[in-house]
Write a protein that binds this ligand. Structure first.
Ligand code: HPA
Ligand code: ZN
Length: 338
């Protein structure tokens, strides 16, 4: 069996996915019309032409503008459902997805409007497709600590729907420790902490995400490789890393995909996973990330199977469900005679 076919059929999870980053240009234009929102784009081709990024901030400017079409609860439902349906066809059994409520509240869309649409789609996916999920609310690191506390206050009213807290948006110059107090309160309230770190920021930001925010998983973490002692620590602790190859390529964290550290991460014994981040903006969903990076860095079938297994181990599902995922992968591999 060729590697692309193997990637297509392997059971997997996706652990680093911003739901607002799944907004396809077609839906962006349709929702703009439905909600009477003006966009600077007249066609799908014009939207796609704007997806040329030199860095994270270039992308974020387009990303925040794109999500301005999300107004009603059904918009968030439609967005989330479209993503879930798509990845259901890619072997994805479980998702842990981010949302950015501050980016919606800032423009007058209520926390509950975003949350309601996203959670109903997640519930429908569980009922109709057997896909499980966890929702992680991200704090925007370009906004002040008080704004994060406001979002946390909202989240506390909906603990049954929000599993964890994360940290995203512009990283350079905004170290994790700026959010130590809000993360301490979030942990005290029972939310599981994760954070983007080492995407553009230095290895030191990964260290303080671990030490000060006490994150249980690191999103991206590419620049951790600049600190061998940090890598040794993450290998020892089996700290999960949610890596996103096409995102790193499109935001120019790497010059070409063959520079991606995923193979190095596996060889070092890190609990690394492959994810899509913002698939509509970065040119590929989760399986496209597996396929393109596998080809570029030369992953073999065993390494691809390892990545799929890591996606279950690195998830926040109970241990017996992790085992079911690992067994499903073994069954699939035996069946496919890899
Ligand atoms: N990095 C940081 N913040 C984000 C991203 C990302 O790739 N996507 C959406 N918010
Ligand atoms: Zn991300």
């Amino acid at each position: 069996m060729n590697l692309d076919a193997l990637i297509d059929i392997l059971p997997k999870t996706e652990l680093h996915l911003h739901i607002e980053g799944t907004l396809e240009p077609e839906m962006m234009l349709a929702l703009a019309t439905r909600n009477g929102i003006e966009l600077p784009y007249a066609s799908v081709a014009e939207v796609r032409a704007a997806y040329e990024f030199n860095n994270l901030q270039d992308f974020l400017d387009v990303y925040y503008q794109g999500m301005s079409v999300l107004i009603e609860e059904r918009d968030f439902y439609d967005l989330t459902w479209a993503y879930l349906e798509k990845v259901h066809g890619q072997g994805v059994r479980h998702v842990e997805i981010f949302f950015d409520p501050q980016a919606h509240m800032e423009r007058g869309v209520a926390f509950e409007t975003a949350l309601g649409g996203i959670t109903s789609a997640l519930e429908t996916a569980h009922k109709e497709m057997g896909m499980s999920s966890k929702l992680i609310m991200c704090f925007l690191r370009h906004l002040p600590e008080e704004a994060a506390f406001e979002a946390l206050k909202c989240a506390c009213k909906h603990k049954e729907h929000i599993f964890g807290v994360g940290l995203d948006s512009s990283e350079a110059g905004r170290p994790p420790e700026l959010f130590s107090r809000v993360f301490a309160e979030a942990r005290a309230q029972g939310f599981v902490p994760v954070a983007h770190a080492g995407e553009e920021g230095p290895a030191a930001y990964v260290t303080t995400a671990l030490d000060d925010l006490k994150v249980q998983r690191v999103d991206h973490g590419n620049r951790a490789f600049e600190d061998p002692a940090l890598i040794a620590r993450m290998v020892r602790d089996q700290t999960p890393l949610t890596m996103c190859p096409l995102s790193n390529l499109r935001l120019r964290g790497i010059e070409s995909l063959d520079q991606h550290p995923i193979k190095k991460a596996l060889q070092a014994g890190l609990l690394a996973t492959v994810n899509s981040d913002d698939p509509s903006y970065f040119g590929g969903y989760v399986n496209d990330n597996y396929k393109q990076v596998a080809k570029a860095v030369g992953l073999d079938a065993n390494e691809i199977v390892q990545l799929a297994k890591n996606s279950f181990v690195a998830s926040f599902i109970p241990d017996d469900d992790k085992q079911k995922g690992l067994d499903a992968i073994d069954n699939c591999v035996n069946h496919a005679k890899v």
